[in-house]
Design a binder for this molecule. Sequence first.
Ligand SMILES: NC(=O)c1ccc[n+]([C@@H]2O[C@H](COP(=O)([O-])OP(=O)(O)OC[C@H]3O[C@@H](n4cnc5c(N)ncnc54)[C@H](OP(=O)(O)O)[C@@H]3O)[C@@H](O)[C@H]2O)c1
Length: 303
Amino acid sequence: MRVFVTGASGHLGSAVVPELLSAGHEVVGLARSDASAATIEKLGAQARRGDLSDLDVLREEAAASDGVIHLAFRHDLMINGDLAGAAAADLDALKALADGLDGSGKPLVGTTGTAMLAMGDIVGRPGTERDTFPSGGYRIDAENFVANLASRDVRSSIVRLAPTVHSSLDHYGFITAIIAAARQNGYAAYVGEGANRWPAVHTLDAAELYRLALERAPAGARLHGAADEGVPFQQIAAAIGRNLDIPVRSISADEANDHFGFLGSFVQLDNPTSSAITRELLDWTPSHPGLIADLDAGHYFQA
Ligand SMILES: NC(=O)c1ccc[n+]([C@@H]2O[C@H](COP(=O)([O-])OP(=O)(O)OC[C@H]3O[C@@H](n4cnc5c(N)ncnc54)[C@H](OP(=O)(O)O)[C@@H]3O)[C@@H](O)[C@H]2O)c1
């Protein structure tokens, strides 16, 4: 297939593009700068110059492709607290990509996060692919838009990624920010008892999931990119402490923003997430190290 990939120059893209190429697909990646284009070409794909807001480019490339994987996201807006702006830009891009694929039966794989499950009213069990939300929440409208594209004869699917996509390819993700906070404060922290759980997935396992979704996910599928169902945050802090050789401490919810910055409330999420339906549906078997083993591999702590 000729596959158009937005975000091809980013963390996930750096694994998804090689995964697609090695399976025999041709890849065109959206590049908003010379540097992004060079990154994409170095991976062995073609670059198409354009910004996420260049909706004509998105429409045109989607129409010229056999399938689309949408990874790009305005993290610059998100980090500055403009969640609504980031989500709106994402939805606009998805609408343009969908216009290019309308009525074609071709696949469009979108991206959201499992964190939305922690904001719902799921109690006493892991979130599953069957849990959905009506509208309004952060990235929920984008997810519902993609799932509903099945009615426009687009073979759409959504990968809900764990908040922790980890590997030596990850240079700016949440784990790197939490490690930076630990270095800066001189101790690794968790909130309260640190029993709240974060799901996680290795970047290479996530990349395989995107390829499988592109190749054979049924229209409207919601998929879970989560290999670890839920790692207690205390264990994450303990692994950071041992690898940096610094103390590990419990802090209060009031201290979380000071220690973790923009991740202050996020680190308190309890987000256990099952991927049983995804594994069964796509025969996806994550095989790379889990989060704690990957932290203990040491690459996150090299200078
Ligand atoms: N990594 C995680 O742990 C994680 C967890 C949950 C969900 N996700 C989601 O997974 C997706 C991929 O994440 P990632 O970790 O690969 O992110 P990333 O490393 O920050 O990469 C973002 C990509 O989007 C591109 N991009 C950003 N703004 C753009 C714009 N205005 N126009 C064109 N391209 C633009 C970037 O291009 P440049 O190279 O030019 O900057 C880059 O290729 C995102 O939707 C993210 O929110 C990630």
